[in-house]
Design a protein around this ligand. Structure first.
Ligand code: BGC
Length: 790
């Protein structure tokens, strides 16, 4: 035990069943204040500076083979092996250590402990965030969150390091699968739903990575140069919605700099905006090894430095000693941490079972997966598959499906249902020759690339197996013998690197040839070809889609992948997902293509944690607020599949759009009737966009302001959906006035089934300008970048 300036005395009370320990102060001989019993300020007053500096710095990082003990010996590092970190415990003041673990698609902990596989600790791999957003169903996402959070709780973890909600600025973003959308409204609402679900279990979340962290290239050094308006309207907005409507316990600051300052060292971001403007009540932690200067981080309101090193504690102690850090600041950081610890299961002594209900959660995961898959194309009702019994299944990932992305967004799950398994479970006959050829090939590939550890894989990822080159002879034979072809195209990515244009965004030659050859052979026999996209981020589809009769965007759907896909293919479930991110025709159409991933300054390179080379770099968000559909609309660039698009096995009509008033006086309610006009039951995602007058302000052509999803409507049945539009929905950020302003004039409400397919419109007027909110003048770019905006 460490030496304290208070003498620690153990008193054993003999009366109860337990033997509680009471610590007495050496000075006063009175019991020391205990967290949860004494006022927090008294607990802080009883802490030594050393204890405070240890509490604001995590217990270190344990990485098998690299830092087995961790830079600092963690007191509870063995409580949940595989968790990403813990905080420092101070038993004499009743302060326990709490455990934090990744990640956005399921709890990431070690599934096997001490090589003993008689008891396992697997978690459910839920569908990735891009899929969850494509459900447009906040109730469903909340339910998935509740299941997810129960695993966090039952495995003894206090805070989940998720959800992640950075904006899809560019399709090559390596972590886009962990993020929801190119649009801040849907990203914010889905985040709030999952946070509310997870936290309903009495565990915390960490919404990340705050903020403007939209690429992996040079992620620890990149200086994001971005306008105040784009920050406020696009990159901060989703966080704002999430904070205001779900109060996540924690926020994780991002690695990057914003307009010259590391996010974790930027007080205007972490205190002025997050706490003062938005009312955030929790604690802010760094991303792992994020930022540079621990004292600046403390001053900025970045309360907890993770995973924590002893050097960081020392620098903070020195700063207090030399008066370069006011102890009041440190006390505030400590208080934020203690207030979260007070709510934690560890503090409450929760007896976790290590037995979450994985069976129930797998079902929830499968349902969520089915709801977020997007039917991109379905010519001549190629789907559902009713009459096709014998299927030729092509594509590596049909046999080795990708449940989710890599890195901290990965999940150690007990199993993943492949597509062929899912089809077989549903009674289809999967062609045996193809199965033998593909599994043989994939086994050979695996033997060539033995499985690596997490860190090795992070530093040097195993390349995906090139698409198996099925011979024309085999393809022709199968076109004759079987009823239909299914081809899966797969993609994987993860933290640490961005994707590439060639052989990644664009299909490889093998993949293109496969689709073409299969289509030629099967179409010649009047048989159909269905393409399944098992991807976490956007790919090119326009050049090959004519070869497919149907395309199902299955995303990376979690551990029940094959069952969920099969349920859509066979029509048990009618697809109802819609895109929350645009599929452009060419990569060069992307508004940020010219400014991604920015420029490097290699001559200033330094060495960071684990010997990683750190190259200073900067990226300018020259497209301003024109990200995703805001750009494609304004610039009149036709995408392959637009934002909000998704097809169904049935059809819907939109009628009777009504506003409760035509004059805006603070709030307007819009209602619309949706009727299933087809022959099978289905659900429809309904999107409400607003076009502003755009006279005194530069405005996008339209912006998503509300959305909803119908219940499962039987053919002929109707549902009325209702949406509320408040003043904030009309406002844009006026940089000069540092205010959110709704300009006067005529606003058009556009309700549609996608951002291009607007079905009904209605107009209302705003007579006088409204200043909806005045904000602080902060995070101003150092250079004038207005000229770069669209
Ligand atoms: C990632 C975070 C993650 C953390 C802990 C970092 O590399 O950026 O998202 O939560 O590691 O594993």
């Amino acid at each position: 035990m460490k030496k304290h300036n208070c003498l620690t005395i153990f008193l054993f009370l003999l009366s109860g069943p337990f033997l509680p320990v009471i610590f007495l102060s050496a000075q006063t001989n009175k019991p020391l204040p205990q967290l949860g019993k004494a006022p927090i300020k008294e607990v802080i007053a009883a802490m030594t500076t050393e204890e405070k500096t240890k509490l604001v710095v995590g217990n270190g990082f344990r990485m098998p083979g690299i830092t087995p003990q961790g830079p600092v010996i963690g007191q509870t590092q063995n409580k949940v092996p595989g968790a990403a970190g813990t905080t420092f415990a101070i038993p004499r003041l009743g302060i326990p250590s709490i455990v934090v673990a990744d990640g956005p698609a399921g709890l990431r902990i070690d599934p096997i402990r001490n090589k003993d596989s008689s008891k396992t600790y697997y978690a459910t791999a839920f569908p990735v965030a891009t899929l969850l957003a494509s459900t447009w169903d906040t109730a469903l996402v909340r339910k998935a969150g509740a299941a997810f959070g129960s695993e966090v709780h039952e495995y003894g973890v206090d805070i989940l390091l998720a959800p992640a909600l950075n904006i899809h600025r560019n399709p090559l973003g390596g972590r886009n699968f962990e993020y929801y959308s190119e649009d801040p409204l849907i990203a914010g609402k889905i985040t709030a739903a999952i946070v509310n679900g997870i936290q309903s279990n009495g565990v915390g979340t960490s919404i990340k990575h705050f903020a403007a962290n939209n690429q992996e290239t040079n992620r620890n050094t990149i200086n994001t140069i971005v306008s105040e308006r784009a920050l406020r309207e696009i990159y901060l907005k989703a966080f704002e919605i999430a904070v205001k409507s779900s109060q996540p316990w924690t926020v994780m600051s991002s690695y990057n700099k914003i307009n010259g300052t590391y996010a974790s060292e930027e007080k205007d971001l972490l205190t002025t905006i997050l706490r003062k403007e938005w009312g955030f009540k929790g604690l802010v932690m760094t991303d792992w090894f994020g930022g540079k200067d621990p004292v600046a981080q403390m001053n900025a309101g970045n309360d907890l430095l993770m995973p924590g090193t002893s050097q960081q504690s020392q620098r903070i102690i020195d700063a207090v000693k030399h008066d370069s850090l006011n102890v009041k600041v440190l006390d505030e950081n400590v208080e934020h941490i203690l207030r979260i610890i007070l709510q934690s299961p560890s503090f409450k002594g929760y007896k976790y079972s290590d037995k979450p209900d994985l069976k129930r959660d797998a079902e929830i995961s499968r349902t969520a997966a089915e709801e977020g898959m997007v039917l991109l194309k379905n010519n001549n009702t190629a789907l559902p598959l009713k009459n096709s019994k014998k299927i030729s299944v092509f594509g590596n990932t049909s046999y080795d499906i990708i449940a989710g992305g890599t890195g901290s967004g990965d999940v150690n799950k007990a199993y993943t249902v492949s597509l062929i398994q899912g089809l077989t479970n549903d009674g289809y006959t999967v062609d045996a020759d193809l199965k033998t050829a593909y599994t043989g090939y994939l086994n050979d590939q695996k033997a060539k690339h033995p499985k690596k550890g997490f860190f090795e894989e992070f530093m040097n990822p195993t390349p995906p197996a090139p698409e198996y080159d099925a011979s024309n002879e085999l393809i022709n034979q199968k076109a004759a013998e079987t009823d239909l072809a299914v081809i899966t195209i797969g993609r994987n990515a993860g933290e640490g690197r961005d994707r590439k244009v060639e052989n990644d965004f664009n299909l490889s030659d093998n993949e293109k040839n496969l689709i073409k050859n299969v289509a030629d052979a099967f179409h010649a026999k009047n048989k159909k070809v269905v393409v399944v996209l098992n991807i976490g981020g956007v790919i090119e589809v326009a050049s090959w889609r004519n070869n497919a009769d149907a395309i199902l965007l299955a995303w990376q759907p979690g551990l029940e992948a094959g069952n969920a896909i099969a349920n859509i293919l066979n029509g048990k479930v009618n697809p109802s997902g819609k895109l929350a991110t645009t599929f452009p025709i060419n990569y060069s159409d992307v508004p940020s293509a010219k400014n991604f991933p920015g420029k490097e300054f290699p001559e200033q390179a330094t060495t960071g944690a684990f010997g990683m080379k750190l190259i200073p770099a900067e990226v300018t968000y020259g497209e301003g607020i024109y990200v995703g559909y805001r750009y494609y609309d304004k610039a009149n660039v036709t995408p392959a599949y637009e934002f909000g698009y998704g097809s169904s096995y049935t059809t819907f009509s939109y009628s009777n759009l009504k506003l409760n008033t035509s004059k805006f006086t603070g709030k307007i309610t819009a209602t619309i009737d949706i009727t299933n006009t087809g022959t099978v039951p289905g659900k429809e995602v309904v999107e409400l966009y607003i076009s502003a007058p755009g006279k005194s302000m530069d405005k996008p052509e339209k912006e998503l302001k509300a959305f909803g999803k119908t219940n499962l409507l039987q053919p002929g049945k109707k549902q009325t959906l209702s949406f509320t539009i408040d003043a904030g929905s009309l406002a844009s950020f006026d940089t000069e006035k540092t205010s959110w302003i709704a300009e006067p004039g005529a606003y058009t409400v556009k309700v549609g089934s996608s951002s291009k397919n607007i079905k009904q419109t209605a107009v209302f007027n705003l007579d006088k300008e409204i200043v909806v909110e005045k904000n602080h003048k902060v995070l101003t770019p150092k250079n004038d970048i207005s000229g770069m905006q669209f």
